[in-house]
Design a protein around this ligand. Structure first.
Ligand code: SAH
Length: 215
């Protein structure tokens, strides 16, 4: 597919799969309409880069479904001055979208070759306000805390208190949480001093978060 076809497919994705299914945050919709998802999938999947589904990225991992990326970013309510931590950076796609919505993004990815590939893609696309770190991010990045927003892009059995502690006051944490390693509920916790307000955002299916704060 050529550039124009991909741009048209991307616009259709935004209209049908995102706006059409209830995503209303105009900044999120614009950012999703700008990031070339075809650059984050395997060459053989470029033709279905804008289908509303997760796709394999190797190492038994996946790039998340566009609707779910939009839902999570909308729930994080990123402001231009915010610092975001993403745990489970995978292909780097969500990092690239989020980097258009806030001041800086730190993405952590456990599978080193995926982390290397994600960092290279972001560099090629000129994303200057994001950094990818290889390693276990399930307990966050205390050395860089606090964060205004924390996004966990892999399923954990429970909320890790260490992550909530790394939120700035007013900060938002969004994560898929569930007892099954393949089906979870997307939840958001908003910090208000030492209190956390919980909101349930619906059922999702993520690959497992593997590590000290996960499975
Ligand atoms: N957000 C990604 C998709 C994530 S899939 C994208 O936009 O492409 C979930 C990712 O979480 C996988 O790549 C997996 O390797 C990673 N992961 C699992 N456990 C992790 C951990 N403890 N720390 C960091 N990354 C982890």
């Amino acid at each position: 597919m050529g550039r124009i076809d991909q741009a048209a497919a991307r616009a259709r994705m935004v209209a049908e799969h995102l706006r059409g299914r209830g995503i209303g945050d105009e900044r999120v919709l614009r950012a999703m309409g700008e990031v070339p998802r075809e650059r984050f999938v395997r060459p053989e999947d470029e033709g279905r880069a804008y289908a509303d589904r997760a796709l394999p990225i190797g190492h038994d991992q996946t790039i998340s479904q566009p609707y779910v990326v939009a839902l999570m970013l909308e729930a994080l309510a990123l402001r231009p001055e915010d610092r975001l931590l993403e745990i489970g950076a995978g292909s780097g796609y969500a990092v690239a979208v989020a980097a258009r919505l806030c001041a800086s993004v730190l993405g952590i990815e456990r599978v080193e070759p995926l982390a290397v590939a994600a960092a290279r893609r972001l560099e090629e696309l000129g994303v200057a306000n994001a950094v990818i770190r290889a390693g276990d991010g399930s307990l966050g990045a205390p050395d860089e805390a606090p964060f205004d927003a924390i996004l966990v892009s892999a399923g954990a059995p429970a909320v890790a208190p260490a992550l909530l502690e790394q939120l700035a006051d007013g900060g938002r944490y969004v994560a898929p949480i569930g007892r099954s390693s393949w089906a979870q509920e997307l939840v958001r916790y908003t910090r208000d001093g030492e209190e956390y307000r919980r909101t349930a955002l619906g059922g999702v299916a993520f690959v497992p978060l593997i590590g000290a704060g996960g499975w």
